[in-house]
Design a protein around this ligand. Structure first.
Ligand code: SF4
Length: 702
């Protein structure tokens, strides 16, 4: 095979790669593309290592009477799964079987998994790990702007901005090539990073290149209300834009009026003067004041909160007051994390949505999608349980008794992970499709080995809504199969109606028909068109004549709301779900490191990455460390009401004295999600990963 143009298997930046097969594997190089400009991060450079991981799964595994997983044939494994699912449905009803998907699945798989759950299994209980990732931003964008696309503009637009307010995103470690797009703001001294840590991204503001706001964890919403307060109180808002392009500012204005900077300083610790400086800096960059543009960007740090939707709405309110969304060179956006975090949420993996962002309880939507699927709309199940609720119900009276997991490592990545592990252990049947024996796969009843990114065709949708072709570069080893094939085989055994293609191009064509007319409209796209035009953004509807050119920038001619205007959504701060009290004196925040991705199931198998980042650690301020007699390298124990974890201390003033930080890529005793809070946002169902109360103690000297 010759060199193949594709994209990185990891994050939502979807950097362009060239893969050249050779005798010992695949050589990876960066490829010129607007988002990564030829660059890759360490994860991208080493991504081919996982293709030849020594413990790559190549045969189905079934747990025997001795309690051990043992290799078997595909026929035996698929027959067993189908038989158990059929029996379970007959005894307990269709909702006794649940499905958990992933934001790393291709568009074709995300689509087909939603169809498989609703048509072949007939269950309402499907949700996915994007609930832990993008659900707050999605809910807020829908409420305010009428549509959910992470960045409603190309990332390259950000490069021309005079100011960027970046809240809760550590781009410099999670997607390093994206940092180049902050160059314009940095040069203008207009990069403002909001993060409780001096992260690698916050350090970009050193030397006069911007500002760092370091709030008490869980107070981002009040910081945003304070910024809006200053904008409105000082008359920095774009009054013409607000009156012509928005509705509902009055209620928002009333709430923001109560968050004057000195009050925000008391709650968040961010100096009032810094709040005023930030608001003025953003306003000066806005088009209304002759600036070259400003962006407000949110990430998981502020979204993974029990008030995550309100926080993102506060960010959008600020952007609307400044007149940013729907203007070239300005706007609000959410920096999506997972590789297909964008496409993965558009095509039916969510418990309340059908393909094209259609709502599952909308009769018209059900009729359209059922028509494409060739089934009676009345047979389609309704709304299922969102992820945290779904996982909590596993194995309980009236809850699912079987779970099929595709592209998620729940024992490491779910909040309150030991509780989730107990719920998984309570199931009658756990089936996991994976490429390596993840911590979740190792506890399954059946493990089905599947293909990796460079071994099959498909599409991904980047954080900017750009639909990208993922291409096959090498043949897989004998044994693994595509999930598309797994679902076809199971659908046949379950005598499901409809067609179950395994050719990704055909599945995409069906996805395009199912999404046509919906908000995420792929109707005018196909693999062939994406091969010829690698730069198409949705919505891209089907046409009778000249093909639709796609839509890089949303909202230029109005918002997709009933009156064409964006909506201010009045929100107020009610604080995090868990207070830091006398008995639990520190805030815990979690995050990522440069070398690892998500639960680490892939990157913990790459020697170069493990050598650079072998394990978890706890960042702790010298004052807090002294208080507990903790020195550098000592094992620190963090304990919440849900559990405890331990990892070596990194004593550093890069965290606040009241806060500890721990990354979440490792299992077992180092799995910080054993401690994190599964309290959820009432609107989005997002759990509160990013702040909880912990006690800190020295476990033992190293
Ligand atoms: Fe891959 Fe993301 Fe790194 Fe780019 S930034 S190489 S997409 S992990």
């Amino acid at each position: 095979m010759s060199t193949v143009s594709t994209h990185c298997p990891y994050c939502a930046l979807q950097c362009a790669q060239a893969l050249t097969p050779g005798p010992t594997g695949v050589e990876v190089t960066g490829r010129q593309f607007p988002t990564n400009r030829g660059g890759l991060c360490q994860k991208g450079w080493t991504s081919a290592s996982v293709l030849r991981a020594p413990d790559r799964l190549t045969a189905p595994l079934v747990r025997g009477v001795d309690g051990e997983l043992a290799e078997t044939t595909w026929e035996v494994a698929l027959d067993l799964v189908a038989e158990r699912l059929r029996a379970m449905r007959a005894e307990h009803g269709a909702d006794a079987v649940a499905v958990f998907g992933g934001g790393g699945l291709t568009n074709e798989k995300a689509y087909q998994l939603g169809k498989f759950a609703r048509v072949a299994l007939g269950t309402a209980n499907i949700d996915y790990n994007g609930r832990f990732c993008m659900s707050s931003a999605a809910a807020a964008a829908n409420r305010s702007l009428g549509i959910d696309r992470g960045l409603p503009f190309p990332l390259t637009d950000v490069g021309g901005a005079q100011a960027v307010l970046l809240l809760g995103s550590n781009l410099a470690e999670t997607m390093p090539p994206a940092v180049a797009h902050l160059a314009g703001a940095r040069a203008a001294g207009g990069l403002v990073v909001v993060d409780p840590r001096v992260s690698a991204t916050a350090s970009l503001t050193d030397d006069g290149q911007g500002l760092h706001l370091q709030p008490v964890p869980g107070t981002d919403l009040c910081v945003l209300l304070g910024l809006l307060h200053v904008v409105l109180a000082e008359g920095l808002d774009d009054t013409a834009y607000v009156s012509e392009r928005t509705t509902g500012v009055d209620d928002t204005r009333r709430l923001a009026a109560t968050w004057w900077p000195e009050r925000v300083e008391q709650v968040s610790g961010v100096p009032a003067a810094l709040l005023r400086e930030t608001a003025r800096l953003l306003a000066a960059a806005s088009p209304a004041r002759g600036g070259s543009g400003a962006y407000v960007l949110t990430g998981r740090g502020v979204e993974q909160s029990s008030q995550g939707t309100a926080t993102v709405n506060a960010a959008i309110n600020l952007a609307l007051a400044l007149g940013l969304p729907g203007r070239v060179g300005s706007g609000w956006g959410a920096v999506t994390g997972q590789g297909n975090g964008q496409g993965g949420r558009e095509h039916g993996q969510k418990s309340d949505q059908l393909p094209g962002y259609r709502m599952v309880d909308d009769p018209g939507a059900r009729a359209h999608v059922a028509g494409v699927w060739g089934v009676d709309p009345a047979t389609l199940p309704g709304k299922g349980r969102p992820a945290v609720e779904l996982l909590d119900s596993l194995g309980r009276e009236g809850g699912p008794r079987a779970l099929l997991v595709h592209g998620a490592n729940l024992r490491v990545s779910a909040p309150n992970a030991r509780h989730v592990a107990a719920r998984l252990d309570a199931l009658d049947l756990l089936v996991v499709c994976d490429v390596v024996p993840s911590e979740t796969a190792l506890r399954a009843d059946v493990v089905l080995p599947v293909l990796q990114w460079a071994e099959e065709e498909g599409t991904m949708t980047s954080l900017e809504g750009r639909v990208l072709r993922r291409r096959k570069a090498i043949d897989p080893p004998p044994g693994p199969r595509s999930e598309l094939e797994v679902w076809r085989e199971l659908a046949a055994r379950l005598e499901a109606p409809g067609t179950w293609d395994t050719d990704a191009a055909l599945v995409f064509d069906e996805l395009a028909r199912a999404s046509a007319g919906g908000r995420a409209d792929y109707g005018g796209l196909s693999h062939a068109r994406l091969d010829a035009e690698p730069d198409l953004f949705w919505p891209c509807p089907a046409t009778d004549g000249t093909p639709h050119p796609g839509t890089p920038r949303l909202f230029l001619d109005g918002f997709p709301t009933p009156d064409g205007r964006a909506r201010f959504v009045p929100v107020d701060d009610r604080g995090p779900a868990e207070d830091v009290r006398a008995g639990a004196p520190a805030h815990l925040v979690t995050g990522r490191v440069l070398q690892h991705y998500q639960s680490g199931a892939q990157t913990r198998r790459v020697d170069e990455l493990v050598a650079a980042s072998p394990g978890a650690f706890v960042e702790i301020h010298p004052r807090l460390a002294d208080l507990h007699g903790i020195g550098a390298g000592d094992l620190v124990r963090l304990t919440s009401v849900r559990g405890s974890v331990a990892a070596p201390a990194r004593v550093t003033d890069r965290v606040r004295p009241d806060t500890v930080f721990m990354p979440f890529h490792w299992p077992g005793e180092e799995s910080v999600n054993a401690v994190t809070n599964d309290a959820t946002d009432p609107v989005s169902g997002m759990p509160e990963f990013k702040v909880c109360a912990v006690t800190v103690s020295r476990a033992e000297a190293r």
